[in-house]
Design a protein around this ligand. Structure first.
Ligand SMILES: Nc1nc2c(ncn2[C@@H]2O[C@H](COP(=O)(O)OP(=O)(O)O)[C@@H](O)[C@H]2O)c(=O)[nH]1
Ligand SMILES: [Mg+2]
Ligand SMILES: [Zn+2]
Length: 310
């Protein structure tokens, strides 16, 4: 029998088994082959091979991963899998409360590109005022071809569009704590009652109400869809402070900035150009010509320099 990981931690996971039942399963022999370099061996969305021993069902193997979305686990000092086998990754942000952090989204976009997962920028809390600078930054993501969806979980704006976008897919919501990931899910499925946090006054951040990711099978709200029975699967990931690029084998972040990529290698110093002081730099010329925004260029340089991001 095979199954899909819904959630869990350490060695105990909730698995949606091939027979339709959800069972709490352990990893056979405690260590799953090929997962040692990660902070956690399995993430929501992972396909697993199960072995039955009488009443007991154990996780005996990991199916092929189509893709994986990862964050840096500060305490564990290793990459932590947030979600696997995604059709979409929703990068959730807000015009305010917590403050708009475009650099964080740029990192996440870069990572989604590297992982081969289609990103969608979900701007929640659109009932709050949006500064012209924020609107311009969002406009630039649209200009370079990213889909930006503006919603308000509070007043319902944009939610029918979002529900249609997610129908029939497996999507993960990633973003800082407090941007409203759980609130959005609760609106998508009125039967869902995820805990939502109030913003901490001191830090302007949400409290950490989601500790680990969970895959949820949603029945999309009839009022959003205009019909009954539409389904979507979403993974509510824990709040993310820092993403990681898969730091292996010389991954070059500039290749995953889609509007920068066409200019990479075209500088006078070719691929060795740092795009900072060299003459004949095609990337800086592209910034000057307006093909690349100065903000995105800055994000790219920071990632290249190994800045862990804020
Ligand atoms: N103004 C406003 N507040 C929202 C909206 N969505 C969520 N919130 C509030 O933001 C806070 C954090 O929401 P939560 O869903 O827990 O965020 P999460 O940490 O990303 O899951 C809660 O106090 C929510 O009530 C929205 O669309 N507009
Ligand atoms: Mg939450
Ligand atoms: Zn250059």
């Amino acid at each position: 029998m095979t199954g899909v990981i819904l959630g869990g931690a350490n060695n105990v996971f909730d698995v949606e088994c091939g027979d339709g039942l959800v069972r709490r399963c352990r990893i056979k022999g405690k260590i799953l082959r090929g997962t040692q370099r990660w902070y956690n061996p399995l993430a929501p969305g992972d396909q697993v091979v199960l072995e039955e021993r009488g009443e007991d069902v154990q996780i005996a193997g990991l199916g092929e991963r189509k893709n994986a979305f990862v964050r840096w686990n500060v305490k564990g000092r290793s990459p932590q899998l947030l979600a696997a086998n995604l059709d979409l990754i929703l990068l959730v942000t807000t015009p305010d409360s917590p403050p708009f952090r475009p650099r964080f989204i740029d990192r996440a976009l870069c990572q989604a590109e590297e992982a081969g997962i289609e990103p969608v920028i979900l701007v929640n809390k659109c009932d709050l005022p949006c500064s012209p600078e924020t609107a311009a930054r969002i406009g630039d993501w649209e200009r370079i071809g990213y889909r930006c969806v503006r919603v308000s979980a509070r007043n319902g704006d944009g939610m029918p569009y979002l529900a249609r976008l997610l129908e029939g897919k497996l999507s993960a919501l990633a973003g800082q704590s407090g941007v409203g990931k759980s609130s959005v899910i609760n609106v998508l499925d009125s039967g869902c009652v995820l805990k939502t946090g109030s913003l901490s006054q001191k830090y302007g951040r949400g409290s950490h109400t989601t500790v680990k990711g969970t895959l949820l099978r949603l029945t999309l709200n009839e009022a959003l869809m205009g019909r009954m029975g539409a389904r979507a699967s979403v993974i509510d990931t824990p709040g993310v402070r820092r993403f990681v690029l898969d730091g292996e084998a010389g991954v070059d972040p500039q290749l995953f900035f889609r509007e920068i990529r066409p200019f990479v290698g075209k500088c006078a110093f070719g691929l060795s150009c740092t795009h900072t002081t060299e003459g004949g730099c095609a990337v800086r010329e592209a910034v000057a010509a307006g093909h690349i925004s100065p903000e995105r260029f800055e994000s790219c340089l920071r990632i290249r320099e190994g800045d862990p991001g804020d």
